[in-house]
Ligand binder design. Structure first.
Ligand code: F3S
Length: 284
């Protein structure tokens, strides 16, 4: 059986940087508690490994006042200005591992809103990255996830509008939603802030899944970018399966397959991708 592993599978630059930052802080071994603000990535194995090394997860703003002072690492998704200030005011030392591409969106939203534009973020309103971006606008930012949300928007005639995107949003959906808003004739600045890492991973996943008779998408259950990869692959190859680790593999899936493709979400560590690859190559 031929096994094709996507080159873009796994950690993107921003996630790698954030995870490396946590391990670097552990290695400094200062006598202070280390926290990540939310799980550093959507991967249970990595979070478990960090917990064993003493890294605690700070779950939301309510937890800030309760925790013993220490180092808080901001993950690649970033946080709102309010959360950042709240941590500082409570005496925590911040190590900011916000992905620079997300940080760039914070800066755009901050500046454009200060210059009088209303902000629309195309994305999932309950995703932490989007919640963070919303929190850098000095005017109330609006989040649009689908066509129905556009109908609920106020009238922007005579006002300036700036549209940005969640970094992991699907490009085609972003384009469609932007076109719908543009038809309303507003004065709009559109900034496509979708990250290339996501686009490249999605394009490669589509290409590989169209060319194989079995496809594996490896990633955390709660990872939205892995879920999107799965949807893309499933459209091209019906024999597509979403797994977290080799434990989820079922040999029956690829009994009659000649070519199996593997891709993985942005939060999947390399060692897991390698294990899956070895398993499929030698044990099926
Ligand atoms: Fe950053 Fe793009 Fe990854 S925005 S966290 S490099 S998906």
């Amino acid at each position: 059986m031929e096994v094709i592993v996507a080159k873009s599978a796994g950690f993107c630059f921003g996630v790698k940087r954030a995870v490396d930052t946590v391990y670097e802080q552990i290695s400094r071994a200062e006598d202070k508690p280390i926290y990540t603000y939310g799980p550093i990535i959507h991967n249970e194995e990595v979070v478990k490994d960090l917990a064993e090394k003493g890294v605690q997860v700070m779950e939301g703003e309510e937890a800030i006042a309760e925790k013993k002072k220490g180092i808080v690492i901001i993950r690649s998704h970033g946080v709102s200005r309010h959360v950042q200030e709240h941590l500082e005011q409570n005496g925590f030392q911040i190590v900011d591992a916000t992905c620079p591409f997300v940080k760039k969106i914070h800066r755009i939203v901050e500046q454009e809103s200060q210059n009088g534009s209303s902000i629309i973020i195309i994305g999932n309103p309950s995703h932490p990255e989007v919640e963070g971006i919303v929190g850098w606008s000095s005017t109330p930012a609006m989040v649009v996830e689908n066509a129905e949300d556009i109908e609920k928007l106020p009238d922007f005639i005579g006002k300036k509008l700036c549209i940005v995107s969640q970094t992991t949003f699907n490009y085609k959906k972003f384009k469609d939603l932007v076109e719908k808003i543009q038809k309303k004739g507003y004065d709009i600045t559109v900034l496509n802030t979708i990250c290339n890492a996501t686009q490249e991973r999605q394009i490669e996943a589509k290409r590989i899944s169209a060319d194989v008779d079995g496809m594996l998408v490896v990633g955390g259950k709660h990872s939205s970018n892995t879920q999107k990869l799965y949807e893309i692959c499933k459209k091209e190859c019906n024999n597509t399966h979403f797994i977290q680790t080799t434990d989820d593999l079922d040999p029956a899936w690829f009994g009659s397959s000649d070519r199996v493709g593997i891709t993985a979400g942005a939060s999947t560590p390399n060692n897991i991708i390698e294990e899956v690859q070895t398993h499929v190559r030698f044990k099926f």
